[in-house]
Design a protein around this ligand. Sequence first.
Ligand SMILES: [Mg+2]
Length: 274
Amino acid sequence: MESRLQALFNDGDLERTLQFGPLNLIACDLDDTIYDGHGDFVELKERVAELINDYLPDVDKSWLIQKYEETEALSMARYGSAYHRLFLNVADMYLQACEKVDGDPFVGRFGELFGIIREVFSEENYAKKGLMPGSLEVLRELKANQINNRPNLLLLFTQGGHMLQMPKIKGLGLNQFFDSAKIIPRKTLAEYIALSEEYDSNPIVMIGNSRYHDIKPAIEAGFNGAVYIANEPWAQDAKGKLPEADNILKYDSMKAVSEDLPNFFDFLEKVLHP
Ligand SMILES: [Mg+2]
């Protein structure tokens, strides 16, 4: 059965909302823009290394972390998506530990590894962590204010698997700010073009932390503007240069945006024209 949140986030509701247009569409990335997604992977890595080390004290924890990071770098290039990496990294760390001790003394505790994945990426853990500083204030302002006499429709535009992103959206209470959410496997140029076509004549901006996944494709797809939050903990986010365009505004963090709201809104007013 569809949950209340899923119902809220389905496209049918969005279409109904759009009938009231025109609106400003504000597409916002989730991980490492308003939420510290990278931090979850650091937590996972440390906790899995600790568990294996606890069971196999001869296998050094820093060696395990090094192996995990090697796998991470390889699988990042091959698969990109966090979902693929997550299971590969954990399985690889475990298998390498078994190889090092020449056996499988870990049998029977394999479920604990997956228990850690479940805990780290659980709704409860997200609720405990909350959004990155400044994000709440900025989202609140975007929701409460009009720009160029049009209300703002906030769209969460994120890549990843539903199983990873839905508990995050619930735990962080994002349904109170966002009118809709799109969770897609890869943020490609084609996805941005599809998004701007779907929203037709409504002006649209992108807010995101990745030059490669958020800013460059949004500008290339003809979005009216983009706000670049320069926080790129993953190498793949930082691929390529920021396009040279006067419809891109750059900040170091959402905290910096929250401390600069008048200029932020001036910029949005300037770019958000149908
Ligand atoms: Mg991101």
